[in-house]
Design a binder for this molecule. Structure first.
Ligand SMILES: Cc1cc2nc3c(=O)[nH]c(=O)nc-3n(C[C@H](O)[C@H](O)[C@H](O)COP(=O)(O)O)c2cc1C
Length: 489
């Protein structure tokens, strides 16, 4: 590939490149290559610097109806937004403490300074040596420390941070803060702080569902503590599954970014419904029909809208990722439950239907597990159509001012998306290709972390370059904010 001369680009373009490159841990040249490769889909030949620059300009030029993406480029929340922020991370004593090491790295890579307090129990799981090496700072462990307490170090620690993050938040730390205990450095710092607190609980599902923990969770929520997770899934320590797994480091980072985000909040006062994840349509009590949706894109969109100030109601099918911080999440299983939940949430200013809702369900789900009976052959499932949630809301008497649908297609992507736009009464369709070449598996659209979408509206089709699902979410949120500006409540 030809070399790219970054200094030939104008300042505006360079600034965008610099931000995106930092965000993706790439050199500016590599970032430019990736953007161009994605934007022109391999149609560019070596040495076509003029076309490269043109593409970059298109990605950064001023807003126009045909290229709203350009309007958004300056407004997305870049991954480097934590620069200059000071985070006090409190590591509690749970198996998930090992994930705190990655969390430190992820926070620092985004420019945050991370100081760490470890409980005595946390030190049974990870060492102060690893934590100190990763945070590049002294690790604080003792309340009665002659070196730190000459100037009341625990107060200083709690005040010098912009945000306190507890990860993993043990049942014990939650109980202590909910009840005002201050009998070690971690709990004393938490009680002494005047800064926001974010907790990422991690514990055995039985501990999480215990009435005492639920009470403490509710108290802390009322006291203004923000939570991220826990998620459902396999527990590391016990081969048990259920709710209690700590949110992944990147989910915690997203919650931190949301809390510390100080940019404009154009969606303040707007209520937005988002659906996400798959649906599970039961065949019998143990079997169901599902699809490969992970919920990553829908959850990221909910988080991005909340970051811009919206009051977001997320209706999520069964997923193994954490509820986004600051978003009211309603959990459902079946398409009919999702439809009911969405309709109960109306009226709203906008609705974004990202969930991969099953088109059909088994007409009669059996009350008991269907048994294999010798000589009878396999059961025949009669399928019936599920409600079309997007079309239902698109034509509803309380239709939100802006209705956005997603179209995951394996063939005829644009034709199908355009047909969907008209038929469903949507304003925008976000079309993504989930064909075998690009769509399925850990690196594909369904289940993976990246996405390449086209925005289909009456005005035409706009192609967005391949980017992370968080970036797609940020741009879509900005586009929704832009569209809603024109809709007065
Ligand atoms: C192997 C092991 C794993 C544990 N994992 C957790 C956990 O994931 N979450 C939790 O709340 N407590 C867990 N505990 C219990 C806590 O370590 C214990 O409640 C401790 O007092 C917590 O102290 P801290 O809150 O000061 O960190 C675990 C204990 C052991 C021995």
């Amino acid at each position: 590939m030809a070399s790219i001369t970054i200094r030939n680009l104008d300042d505006e373009v360079k600034e965008l490149l610099r931000r995106l490159a930092a965000e993706n841990n790439r050199s500016m040249e590599e970032q430019a290559r990736v953007m161009i490769r994605a934007a022109v889909d391999g149609q560019i030949g070596p040495g076509r610097i003029d076309q490269i620059e043109k593409t970059l300009r298109e990605l950064t030029s001023s807003p126009s109806a045909a290229t709203p993406v350009a309007a958004l480029a300056g407004k997305i929340v870049p991954r480097g937004t934590l620069s200059g922020k000071r985070i006090l991370l409190i590591i509690g004593g749970g198996i998930a403490a090992y994930k705190a090491l990655d969390l430190i790295r992820r926070l620092r890579e985004r420019g945050a300074a991370v100081r760490v307090v470890m409980t005595a129990a946390a030190q049974e799981f990870v060492t102060t040596l690893s934590v100190g090496a990763l945070s590049a700072d002294h690790v604080f462990t003792e309340l009665f420390d002659r070196n730190d307490e000459h100037d009341v170090g625990h107060i200083r620690l709690s005040r010098e941070a912009d945000l306190l993050v507890v990860a993993p938040a043990t049942a014990d730390l939650m109980a202590k803060l909910a009840n005002g205990h201050a009998n070690d450095l971690a709990s004393t710092v938490l009680l002494a702080t005047d800064k926001p607190v974010l907790m990422a609980p991690a514990m055995n599902p039985k501990m999480w569902s215990h009435l005492a923990t639920r009470r403490n969770r509710a108290t802390l929520g009322k006291d203004g503590v923000t939570f991220v997770g826990p998620a459902r899934g396999e527990m590391a320590e016990s081969n048990e599954a259920g709710e209690g797994r700590m949110a992944e480091p990147l989910e915690i980072v997203a919650a931190v970014e949301a809390l510390l985000y100080a940019g404009p909040k154009p969606l303040t006062g707007r209520k937005i419904i988002v659906t996400s994840g798959p649906t599970h349509e039961p065949i019998d009590p143990v079997r169901y029909i599902a699809n490969r949706s992970s919920g990553k894109q829908g959850h990221a969109i909910a988080a991005a809208l909340a970051r811009l100030g919206a009051d977001v109601r997320l209706v999520s099918g069964p997923v193994s990722i954490a509820d986004p911080a600051g978003v009211k999440t309603i959990h459902v299983e079946r398409a009919q439950e999702m439809r009911d939940a969405v309709e109960r949430l109306l009226p709203a200013d906008a609705a974004v239907f990202v969930a991969a809702v099953a088109d059909w369900r088994s007409e009669n789900s059996a009350g008991e597990k269907i048994k294999k009976v010798a000589g009878e052959g396999p059961p025949v499932l009669r399928m019936v159509e599920n409600p079309d949630i997007l079309a239902g809301v698109g034509h509803h008497s309380q239709r939100p001012g802006l209705v956005v649908g997603f179209a995951a297609e394996t063939q005829d992507l644009l034709r199908n998306a355009q047909a969907k736009l008209a038929k469903k009464g949507a304003d925008l369709i976000v079309a993504n290709d989930v064909s075998h070449e690009s769509g399925i598996g850990p690196s594909g659209v369904m289940g993976g972390d990246r996405n390449r979408v086209r925005i289909v509206s009456k005005a035409g089709v706009e192609e967005w370059p391949e980017m992370t699902k968080d970036e797609v979410a940020a741009r879509l949120a900005a586009l929704i904010a832009e569209r809603l500006k024109a809709i007065v409540v």
